[in-house]
Design a protein around this ligand. Structure first.
Ligand code: GLC
Length: 744
């Protein structure tokens, strides 16, 4: 306990207030004991400060989304972004920003993939740790979210992620583990969903046994907004703060739980102390919100992250005197961010068309809208006529807001039809064509082989117009690489057969084979692989050296490799280190072909060489052995592979590793899913699987459902009515009361 002198003086009512939010965005103050209230706001790509009772957020600066910043593979850059956000929080008197959001990209369809980083846990964890360090260096808190398995939006408040222990550990928890161990975030935010039958908000295993006892997490756990079911169970599990505030209901709940003995004062005090500690960790000081400075930073972050996917015949960079036909309304109205709680009220948006007109000779045709998938033949024809008068057509393509957001998932990965038609027709006419994409998640590209250039700008924040222009005209040499695989079609994705589940169970049957781990194991051809990105220069990989040829799994292996810029312009290269288990895997758990175990971004002038070094430890070689609940390194030969992408391995050296800990070689359970999946008919009615997901009127609910609704927590029930009008809510509550009365 960090503040026993405070906790011991608190009344029970004050303790209950401290473990329950105050309004939508604050913790509860206890002035008499010097416990201030702190404000928290979203994140993660800017400050969405909404005053209590308001809906409009303050003007702020919109940084690139996680889908793009992850492509920088640049820890320092993410730390700089965090520092800027921390400073902004100080200026707006916000004590904690609700980010980073790091759920693994299991399916390209997840509506919030735009917020998340990657399909790979190491990249995810390292970048999250950097962002957190940056923010917290300013005395401001973070909330690493959504812990865990929030890999879809469909039924997000009640689906049960059914996952085997190995996948949970190796894929879905490792990002959090790295971030916790490397940066000690002030808080984690638990997710809405269940994991193997238990709500994360009530899971002692996730919130205490693994997070605190195994990983040494010292911060507090807050709930996602409305993710709490039984507050007493949450407190006992290690959920320290329910958000948003719900002062009325919890008091009785918690007091009766203590009276019944299902909750102890010690358990309550533990949570209270963590909230007091959280509040004390926030160091408020005067600061100025430097809008222009942060706006420039958003441009730089986008420039360092944008990915050049194709550059046939060096069509890029464009020359100032190249006559360019810019096609598509995204040029005038760039899509720079995703929808939902991450939405930022922007300070100033750089418009691509205006920026391109400053850089070169540009004509424009709207071609298709940026805010819908409607298209019009005559508009496409106008665009084609415009392109015929130019040297190059640059199609500003992308996904309209309506395609992806928090709150729902996509059902396909196509661009709007009109965009694909235009691009294909341009190429059929032999017009040199470059496509710039502004999308929050993977899209398929039926024209990928036909076009000359492809630039993936994702959702690049308010500086995107300048960043895209600087990349297209070569003022900046692109250096981003993909943090997720682009499959040729959705059906190739490993989660396809089990996404989004039956509305109750979501079987993660692909286990550890997520993203490139799957495509490479299956030797599947993909459109663009994980870790792929081009440059306007070229790089030579040379002189790979390992510090050992033979080692124990408790040793550290040092790796070095030389990278040379062999081109004409300066550039940056993301050097990736993969570990591949090259032994005979019969009779032991199968492993991916290779796994990312290190990455470094190196900046090089033409002709310059630098040596990049890595350090590998036991976890670099280990898999998670469920039978002994520990990480194990099989004694065998491993390849240390240095790649420009997961498919483009430039150098490789082998090393023999001897295990200091082994497991009895028993036959493994053929599948863990059998006993984990449960019969949907046994599901308990809760607030979430009733209100949020029942479209019919409430009177159609079965009596036990109504009872659950009323007994459980009527205020929560009300909140779960979403944006219903006050009258409607009154109506519902009246209906509820009469129904409950009737069933009594
Ligand atoms: C939302 C989101 C979470 C956000 C919170 C507060 O439901 O899931 O990411 O931080 O509520 O807006």
């Amino acid at each position: 306990m960090n503040y026993p002198e405070i906790v011991s003086q608190l009344t029970l009512d004050e303790k209950i207030k401290l473990v329950t939010g105050y309004g939508s965005w604050h913790t509860y103050p206890v002035e008499r004991l010097g416990v201030e209230s702190i404000m928290m706001t979203d994140g993660p790509i800017g400050l969405r400060k909404v005053d209590e009772g308001e809906s409009e957020s303050h003007v702020s600066v919109c940084f690139p989304s996680g889908c793009l910043t992850s492509c920088s593979f640049d820890k320092e850059l993410l730390e700089k972004m965090g520092e800027a956000l921390g400073e902004e929080c100080q200026a707006y008197e916000v004590g904690m920003i609700l980010g980073p959001a790091i759920n693994i990209k299991r399916s390209p369809l997840c509506g919030r993939n735009f917020e998340y980083y990657s399909e790979d846990p190491l990249l995810t964890g390292e970048l999250a740790a950097s962002y957190i360090k940056g923010v917290q260096s300013k005395g401001i808190g973070t909330s690493l979210k959504h812990y865990t398995m929030n890999n879809q939006e469909y039924r997000r408040m009640s689906y049960d992620a059914v996952v085997d222990e190995r996948a949970l550990r190796e894929i879905y928890l490792t990002g959090y583990e790295i971030a916790v161990k490397k940066s000690q975030p002030y808080t984690l935010m638990c997710s809405y969903n269940l994991v193997n039958g238990e709500h994360t908000s009530e899971s002692k295993r996730l919130l205490t046994d693994i997070l605190r006892d195994e990983w040494g997490f010292k911060g507090a756990v807050i709930s996602d907004w409305g993710a709490v079911h039984y507050r007493d169970k949450g407190i006992a599990a290690g959920l320290d703060l329910e958000m948003p505030g719900n002062q009325w209901a919890n008091k009785d709940f918690i007091k009766s739980a203590i009276a019944e003995g299902s909750l102890t004062i010690d358990e309550l005090d533990t949570c209270v102390d963590r909230i007091v500690t959280l509040v004390k960790r926030v160091k408020k000081r005067p600061a100025v919100f430097e809008f222009d400075k942060d706006h420039d930073l958003t441009r730089r972050i986008a420039e360092e992250s944008i990915v050049l996917l194709k550059n046939r015949n060096d069509i890029l960079p464009l020359k100032p005197d190249t006559k360019v036909a810019v096609l598509g309304e995204f040029a005038e109205k760039p899509r720079i961010q995703g929808g939902g709680s991450a939405f930022i009220n922007c300070y100033a948006v750089d418009v691509t068309l205006e920026e391109m007109k400053k850089a070169g000779s540009v004509i424009y045709s709207k071609a298709f809208p940026s805010d819908s998938d409607k298209w019009d033949r005559s508009e496409l024809d106008k665009a084609i006529e415009c392109a015929k008068t130019a040297d190059v057509a640059v199609v500003m393509a992308g996904l309209p807001d309506s395609y992806e957001s928090e709150g729902f998932d996509r059902t396909h990965i196509h661009l709007p039809e009109g965009q694909n038609i235009l691009i294909l027709e341009l190429t059929e006419l032999g017009i040199p064509t470059v496509v710039v994409l502004q999308n929050g998640a993977v899209v398929d590209m039926p024209w990928a082989d036909a076009v000359d250039g492809i630039v993936e700008a994702y959702l690049a924040g308010e500086g995107s117009g300048t960043a895209i222009t600087n990349i297209l005209y070569g003022a900046v040499n692109p250096s981003g690489k993909l943090a997720e695989t682009f499959p040729r079609k959705l059906e190739d994705n490993p989660s396809f057969l089990n996404f989004p589940g039956d509305g109750y169970n979501v079987p993660y049957a692909e286990s550890i084979y997520v993203g490139y781990r799957y495509y490479q194991k299956k030797k599947m051809d993909v459109l663009f692989p994980f870790g792929f990105g081009l440059s306007y220069t070229s790089f030579l990989y040379d002189n790979l050296k390992l510090s050992k040829k033979n080692m124990l799994d408790t040793d550290v292996l040092s790796v070095s490799v030389d990278i040379t810029n062999t081109g004409e312009v300066s550039g940056k290269e993301i050097v990736q280190l993969y570990v591949s288990d090259h032994g005979d895997q019969s009779g032991r758990p199968q492993r991916p072909v290779r796994e990312l175990k290190g990455f470094e971004k190196v900046s090089l002038e033409p002709g310059e060489t630098k040596t990049v070094t890595f350090e590998l430890d036991k976890r670099s070689f280990a898999y998670y052995e469920e039978r002994i609940s520990d990480w194990i390194v099989p004694s065998t030969e491993y390849y240390i592979e240095i790649g420009a992408s997961c498919e483009d391995i430039r150098l490789s050296e082998s090393v023999n590793v001897e295990a200091t800990k082994t497991v009895p070689l028993k036959i493994r359970p053929d599948t863990v899913f059998g006993e984990l999946l449960r019969d949907p008919r046994t599901q308990k009615y809760t607030m979430d699987n009733l209100i949020n997901q029942q479209s019919s009127g409430i009177s159609s609910f079965p009596p036990e459902a109504i009872a659950a609704l009323m007994d459980h927590n009527p205020i929560r029930g009300l909140r779960n009515f979403g944006n219903e009008s006050a009258e409607r809510v009154e109506e519902i509550m009246y209906e509820l009361k009469t129904l409950v009365h009737d069933t009594e």
